[in-house]
Every structure is written in C-alpha cells, then in structure tokens.
Design a protein around this ligand. Structure first.
Ligand SMILES: NC(=O)c1ccc[n+]([C@@H]2O[C@H](COP(=O)([O-])OP(=O)(O)OC[C@H]3O[C@@H](n4cnc5c(N)ncnc54)[C@H](OP(=O)(O)O)[C@@H]3O)[C@@H](O)[C@H]2O)c1
Length: 161
C-alpha cells in the first residue's frame, strides 16, 4: 500500500519559508500514529525542515529522501535519486505501508503518475500565508472518509480501480 499524507489550508497551501504554516498538534499526532513503524518518502527540502526541527530523521520510521545531488547523505537515511527509485527502495522493507510525505514537488510527481493508492488529507481550517501549495487532486480518486477534528477535517481518498 502506498499512501500520500498532507495537511493543507483552504487554498491548498502546505508550506511557508521551508516549514509548515501552522502548528497543529492534533494533526502531528495523527501523522505520527499513521507513519510510525512504516516507510516515509520525502523530498530533500522536506527532510531539511524535519532535520532543523528534530536534529535528524523522524524516529521509528524508515526515511527515504529524494535528491538530485549525488553527494548528499545523512546517517539513518536512505537516499534515492528519483521517485520511482525511492518507491523501489521502500518496497525492499517488506509489508510496511509506504507514505509519501511531501513536499510539493514530490506530491505533484506522485499524483501525476497516480502512484498513491490512498490520500490522507488534512483540511486545516482558515487561510494562511506561505509559498508552497498542493496540486489539484486528479481524477481517479474518490473521497471515502471525512472526520471533523478541532481545527481541521481529516479526509481519506482512495484511488478508483
Ligand atoms: N503541509 C504538509 O503536509 C507538508 C508536507 C511536507 C512538506 N511541506 C512543506 O513543503 C515545503 C517543501 O516542499 P518543496 O516542494 O519546496 O520541496 P520538496 O518536495 O520537499 O523537496 C524538493 C527537493 O527534493 C528533491 N527532488 C524532488 N523530486 C525529485 C526528483 N524526481 N528527482 C530528483 N530530486 C528530486 C530535489 O532535491 P535537491 O535540490 O537536493 O536536488 C528538490 O529540490 C516546506 O515548506 C515544507 O514544510 C508541507
């Protein structure tokens, strides 16, 4: 199973100055619960924002980082040079769920290729300012769950077969 997980505001905003535009502990807890023990695939800029916050990769998850830089490496991180290679690397870790966790460039490519089977979308209430946006959800995905939280709605979309 390959899932994409994202939090966006009413205008599809996802990032600001290399970080998240908001602090939403409820959403971070959900992200942790879903991804712990699994494989996370991210772009190098999203990895940088995690490293700036935590000093290294997300704990208790296998991190795969995509970069075009052949020199780039970090302890505890699997490096891939394309999205398809990253997915191939992720599959080597067995029956774990694979999560595409951003950012915009990786989301866009994965949706263009219809790689995710499932989309976990947090719709954050309100409008924020920032510089990075999530693309339109392409045809071929259907909303299957929607649950109201305190400051966000948590949606699940599935790829139609
Ligand atoms: N709200 C959310 O749920 C959420 C989730 C994740 C991230 N974000 C936010 O999104 C922003 C970062 O997004 P972003 O679009 O700027 O960056 P990104 O997608 O995280 O990273 C882009 C970088 O990844 C590498 N990359 C991506 N696709 C590649 C490919 N096919 N081949 C080779 N390299 C590839 C390149 O690294 P090199 O430059 O090293 O070659 C590229 O510069 C941040 O503000 C972050 O906080 C938000």
């Amino acid at each position: 199973m390959i899932s994409l997980i994202v939090a966006m505001d009413a205008n599809h905003l996802i990032g600001s100055g290399g970080d998240l535009p908001w602090h939403l502990s409820e959403d971070l807890k959900r992200f942790k619960k879903l991804t712990t023990g699994n494989v996370v695939i991210m772009g190098r800029k999203t990895y940088d924002s995690i490293e700036a916050r935590l000093g290294g990769p997300l704990p208790d998850r296998i991190s795969i980082v995509i970069t075009g830089n052949p020199e780039w490496r970090r302890d505890g991180v699997v490096v891939s040079h394309s999205l398809s290679t990253a997915v191939g690397h992720a599959r080597l870790f067995g029956e774990r769920e694979i999560f595409i966790i951003g950012g915009a460039r990786v989301y866009a490519e994965s949706l263009r290729e219809k790689i995710p089977d499932r989309l976990y979308i947090t719709r954050v209430e309100g409008e924020y300012t920032g510089d990075t946006w999530f693309p339109e959800i392409p045809d071929g995905y259907a909303l299957t769950e929607s649950e109201a939280g305190t400051q966000a709605t948590y949606e699940v979309w599935e790829r139609k077969s």
